[in-house]
Design a binder for this molecule. Structure first.
Ligand code: PRE
Length: 337
């Protein structure tokens, strides 16, 4: 009898190893996936302008494919707010077609101030980290390192690694990084100068689990609950054709979003985010709207419930999309989880 080799599904995350994304992925998926690190969420962001549409490559996110069916990307932090790279990616047409939000994981986030061994606080002239971590530690930095330049890196773990490769002879002052304690401990040449430097101890980041389709089965180690959330992208279908010429298209979109949303999907709205659209029209926006079904929390458990709730969420979403379209809007379901 031959034993088939078992292969775990792959999950892409923002690396290198030791990033908060890595920690969160491990908490959420444990040994149930093969981890594939990527060096950016959004890679070479918004670099090429192609056939009238801004295109971008997003390594962790773009990796989602037949070969890598899942990715984990940070969505929002409790102190510093929306992860804009992620919302920029949610504007892409392929989201809602080949990539969907299929789950979420929240991570409690603690940052340390880390240096090469022997470096003192007074020597630090630069602090390297992910933009989110710099923002989450802004008060600490202003108080303790007011003159230090804040340098954005692709991740907190990339910042820690950069300390190791810095050429001391090139620098007049020393650098520090903001990263997790676990990340600092991966490098014996590094030392933690101060722990827990984020501006609040309740600091946490919510991540989206992206799947290559709405059907792909989530890894068995991921805790699946009955679908409770939906994410919908809304825009004006044809912004140039306002039925009432006195109303600016931008206002028309706000009216559409507000008037249709509250009634159309029949579910409470839990957040609304707005980003510039991918068209060339100045100030044309796209809205990302998250809805939450309070009822599904009551029916956790049986597989039958999950299927029933799944189809009821779906029919609500499909009906809502039709109504938005009838009102001159464009709505795409980006995820149900
Ligand atoms: O840089 C990392 O370690 C990441 O995983 C990214 C990220 C983010 O983009 O928000 C994740 C969690 C923390 O909020 C800080 C940074």
């Amino acid at each position: 009898m031959t034993v088939e080799p078992t292969s775990l599904p792959k999950l892409a995350f923002l690396g290198p190893l030791g990033s908060h994304s890595h920690q969160c992925a491990q908490n959420g998926f444990g040994p149930g996936v093969e981890y594939v690190e990527r060096s950016t969420i959004t890679g070479t962001l918004l670099l090429c302008h192609f056939s009238g549409q801004w295109q971008m490559s997003a390594e962790a996110f773009k990796a989602v494919s037949d070969e890598i069916p899942f990715a984990l990307i940070p969505q929002e932090n409790s102190l510093y707010g929306t992860v804009t790279d992620t919302y920029d990616l949610l504007r892409l047409p392929e989201v809602g077609q080949h990539k969907f939000v299929r789950g979420e994981v929240t991570l409690s986030v603690r940052h340390c101030l880390v240096v090469r061994r022997g470096v003192k606080l007074r020597d630090i002239g630069r602090v390297l980290s992910h933009e989110q971590a710099l923002g989450q530690c802004a008060r600490f930095l202003s108080t303790n390192l007011p003159g230090a330049a804040r340098i954005k890196m692709s991740s907190t773990s990339a910042a820690a690694q950069a300390l190791l490769s810095e050429d001391k002879a090139d620098q007049l002052t020393e650098s520090a990084a903001l990263c997790s304690a676990a990340c600092a401990k991966m490098h014996p040449e590094l030392e933690i100068l101060q722990e827990s430097v984020q501006d609040s101890n309740t600091n946490c980041t919510r991540f989206y689990v992206i799947g290559k389709s709405l059907d792909v089965k989530l890894p068995s180690t991921f805790h699946v609950t009955p679908p409770r959330h939906a994410l919908v992208r809304m825009a004006l279908r044809n912004p140039d054709m306002a039925p009432d010429a006195t109303v600016h298209p931008r206002n028309r979109l706000v009216q559409l979003v507000l008037s249709t949303l509250l009634a159309t999907f029949g579910l409470p709205v839990t957040r609304i985010d707005r980003r510039p659209s991918l068209t060339d029209v100045p100030f044309e926006d796209v809205y990302m709207v998250e809805l939450e079904n309070p009822m599904s929390a009551l029916s956790v458990g049986a597989e039958a419930d999950v299927n029933l709730l799944d189809s009821s969420m779906w029919s609500r979403m499909a009906a809502g999309v039709k109504q938005v379209e009838a009102a001159g809007g464009d709505a795409t379901v980006l995820g149900i989880w």
